[in-house]
Design a protein around this ligand. Structure first.
Ligand code: CTP
Length: 397
């Protein structure tokens, strides 16, 4: 599985600049996560950062030499940036950001920044007083206006014991931003609506009918479309997953709420990806008080409205990708669903197969469309998402 995952950043080279903030200790994990996705990582570390993380651990994690001094290898300040597809500064201290903004080149990292011509991502990390300082904000504004991408910081407990804005972004958010910056941009400015997760249909204030969907597949699709340049609206039922950055997120609970949200957003959208496991039934009545167990109780259900069937009634029908989570190898059932609901594509998976289905990070799917079937092996849900979008691009072309 790890091997398959490596395609996401395959052949991409990241120059990771580590400046002297306490969060530098987290960068060993960042290097490993980037390498897991297939990137090659070369680290340039400042003298100050060596107080928080050792070059040796970074060398082991990156399986590459770690650079620090301007003078240890001739022309490293030119060669390293030229070889990089992306520069990431994490943590980015007030010092490195301000040097960058003012063209100061007095060590290897700042000199690399001055000679680099490609995309730069910074993950600021500092005390909130420094972050709010108007001189610093002016410097930050200057590099952002020149196209530098910023991830974080977040509000929270700071190393100094205070609380405020200045914590470095989560490593997973930095990895996502890197993925976004290096993705192929073939969906630029397309409006795409993605639904994800289960819905909950309440019978009383404490009980509901739901299903085992975690939302992972839908979140992967939303992130992948966002990374490829789309304006994504992610409409999600209850899920434990972290809300992705860089997209419009709408939280819903019931099938009815999901339908309303889709209806509101679909008019401007070119694509609807229905990966949510929408409840097909909802209680006819919802009790305002908890139903007592000694009451005689019969649960009466009614069908919920089918979201795709509602959407296809609209004049400007979007490209519709549905999902069929089946128990067993019942591909024909998925084909029938695709035809019945006038979908353009349907993604079939057998949730009883190991590594497929609920709450796992992998899936084994068959993508079905009017032109044929694409059977994919076991792979991460992120990779499945890329494959689904690739197939959509192919059949729309
Ligand atoms: N779907 C929908 N609205 C619903 C139920 C499902 O739009 N109320 C969508 C799902 O998001 C999925 C597709 O329809 O993309 C197929 O869903 P599924 O539950 O597998 O199929 P159903 O047609 O509901 O049939 P069944 O439950 O009998 O398998």
């Amino acid at each position: 599985m790890r091997k398959k995952e490596r395609i996401l950043l395959k052949n991409k080279s990241v120059l990771l600049g580590i400046s002297g903030g306490v969060a530098a200790y987290k960068t060993v994990d960042l290097v490993r996560r980037l390498k897991d996705k297939g990137a090659s990582v070369v680290v340039v570390i400042t003298e100050a950062a060596k107080n928080f993380v050792t070059p040796l651990s970074l060398e082991v994690a990156s399986q590459n030499r770690v650079y620090s001094s301007l003078f240890e290898e001739p022309m490293a300040h030119i060669k390293l940036p030229v070889a990089a597809d992306l520069v990431v500064i994490a943590p980015a201290t007030a010092n490195i950001i301000s040097k960058f903004a003012n063209g100061i080149a007095d060590d290897l990292l700042s000199t690399c920044l001055l000679s680099y011509k490609g995309k730069v991502i910074i993950a600021p990390s500092m005390n909130w007083r420094m972050y709010e300082n108007p001189v610093f904000q002016e410097n930050l504004g200057k590099i952002l206006s020149l196209g530098v991408m910023q991830v974080g910081p977040e509000k929270g407990d700071l190393a100094c014991g205070e609380e405020g804005m200045g914590r470095m972004a989560d490593i997973s958010d930095i990895v996502e931003t890197v993925k976004g910056a290096l993705s192929r941009k073939d969906l630029v400015d397309e409006n795409i609506v993605v639904t994800a997760g289960p819905t909950r249909e309440h019978l009383d204030p404490v009980r509901f009918i739901s299903n085992r969907s975690s939302g992972k597949m839908g979140f992967s699709l939303a992130r992948a479309a966002r990374d490829r340049g789309a304006n994504v609206t992610l409409i999600s039922g209850p899920s434990q997953l972290k809300k992705p950055v860089g997209l419009t997120f709408i939280q819903v609970e019931t099938a009815g709420e999901m339908l309303d949200a889709v209806k509101e957003k679909i008019n401007d959208a070119k694509v609807l990806i229905m990966s949510a496991a929408v409840s097909d039934f909802t209680p006819v009545e919802k009790s305002k008080t908890k139903v007592e167990k000694d009451e005689k109780f019969t649960l009466k259900l009614r069908r919920t409205d089918d979201i795709i069937s509602e959407v296809i009634k609209s004049k400007r029908k979007p490209f519709i990708i549905g999902f069929a989570a089946e128990t067993g190898k019942n591909i024909n059932r998925a084909v029938e669903k695709m035809k019945k609901k006038k979908m353009d594509m349907i993604v079939f998976n057998d949730v009883t197969e190991p590594g497929s289905g609920f709450d796992v990070d992998t899936n084994r799917v068959v993508i079905i469309d009017k032109k044929g079937r694409t059977r994919l092996g076991l792979m991460s849900k992120d990779s499945v998402a890329e494959a689904v979008l690739d197939r959509m691009m192919k059949i729309r072309a």
